[in-house]
Design a protein around this ligand. Structure first.
Ligand code: AQP
Length: 330
């Protein structure tokens, strides 16, 4: 049976968070058996905001090892570093030429930063959705598992693919579909549950990093903001903090929120937090123990170079087809 192809990535612009794990990594692992899974480390996307080279290098290495520690298996999934496959940047440029300024003006990451009054934004931040479209279209991926905040980019990718297919009157690109999970598509900051848990957050109290000391992560859960209702219910509007903790527990235990509600029925908030904290602590302890094993095995370079070789064999054919279709090749 031919497996459908799926592609996704994480941008290690900082240390990976529990949000990245629940919204992305854990799903990559889940899908690697049933799909032809292509996952890369989006290093070209990291430099859309300023980075310190040594810190960036260390974040890239950490992320790559975390891919494996989370359970991605190089025998099943193609794992590589984005910049090792030059076709991403080349197709990215071509797609920019087919994208309207108005479309990029509507993209939230850029719009949010402008709304916050941030200045000196690089052009790369403005155009990165076209690079992301290239990341997907290069591989004829049918599905893209994403958190809710990335859905808009897959929609732009679909529009671009349809536009170019129509313009050249051929099925040049496969139209990809975003794949959203039922729970965990957005994990919120523990101190401000109206905000996404983000790796670039300045305060680290609201954010759990996968490489946090598990005891420290436990403390972060114990000091998560809740409310004064004193009853455990899933109600993101009225009880965003408690609802966030319910989703974290459900996602990590791979059960429904209803199951967690049943298990925690009648608990006071303090006990409920201890319950969630233990799940988080255990998850981090497991991941970090595999992380140390993988690091000691020293296999990363081999995994990434084999992954890049496999990815390039698909990407180079697609790029050639695109270049020939639009007429830039002799
Ligand atoms: N808090 C989250 N909840 C659920 N999913 C999340 N993702 C990220 N944060 C959460 C999902 O992880 C995948 C990779 O995301 P990314 O790191 O490439 O970019 P991002 O969404 O911009 O992540 P951050 O942490 O917020 O990064 P910064 O702070 O650097 O902008 C995506 O599928 C994303 O949805």
């Amino acid at each position: 049976m031919i497996k459908k192809r799926m592609i996704s990535a994480i941008k290690p612009s900082g240390h990976l968070t529990l949000g990245n794990y629940i919204g992305a990594l854990a799903n990559f692992v889940k899908y690697q058996d049933d799909f032809e899974m292509i996952v890369f480390i989006a290093n070209l996307h990291t430099i859309t905001v300023p980075q310190e080279p040594d810190e960036l290098r260390s974040n890239l290495e950490e992320a790559a090892i975390l891919y494996l520690a989370a359970g991605l298996d190089p025998a099943k999934a193609t794992i590589f570093l984005q910049s090792d496959v030059h076709e991403h940047a080349q197709l990215g440029h071509i797609l920019q030429c087919f994208t309207y300024l108005g479309e990029l003006n509507r993209m939230t990451q850029y719009k949010d930063k402008v709304a916050k009054g941030e200045t000196n934004l690089g052009v790369g931040l403005y155009t990165y959705p076209t690079l992301m479209a290239a990341d997907i279209l290069l591989y004829d991926a049918q599905f893209v598992p994403v958190g809710i905040d990335q859905k808009q980019h897959v929609e732009l990718t679909r529009d671009l693919a349809e536009r170019i297919n129509n313009r050249f009157d051929k099925e040049l690109f496969v139209i990809p579909e975003p794949l959203l999970e039922e729970v965990g598509t957005k994990i919120y900051d523990l101190q401000d549950p109206s905000k996404k848990m983000s790796k670039s957050d300045v305060s680290d109290k609201g954010c759990i990093y996968l490489m946090d000391d598990p005891k420290k992560a436990r403390k972060k859960i114990m000091s998560a903001i809740t409310d004064s209702y004193d009853t455990i219910q899933y109600d993101p509007e009225k009880q965003p903090g408690i609802s966030n903790l319910l989703v974290i527990a459900a996602s990590l235990k791979k059960v429904s929120v209803d199951t967690i509600l049943m298990e925690t029925q009648g608990m006071r908030y303090g006990d409920f937090k201890k319950y969630v904290a233990s799940i988080v602590e255990e998850t981090l302890t497991d991941i970090q123990s595999r992380y140390q094993d993988i690091k000691a095995q020293n296999v990363l370079n081999e995994v990434l170079s084999e992954g890049a070789l496999k990815a390039r064999s698909i990407a180079s054919k697609k790029l050639k087809e695109v270049q020939s279709t639009i007429g830039i090749e002799l």
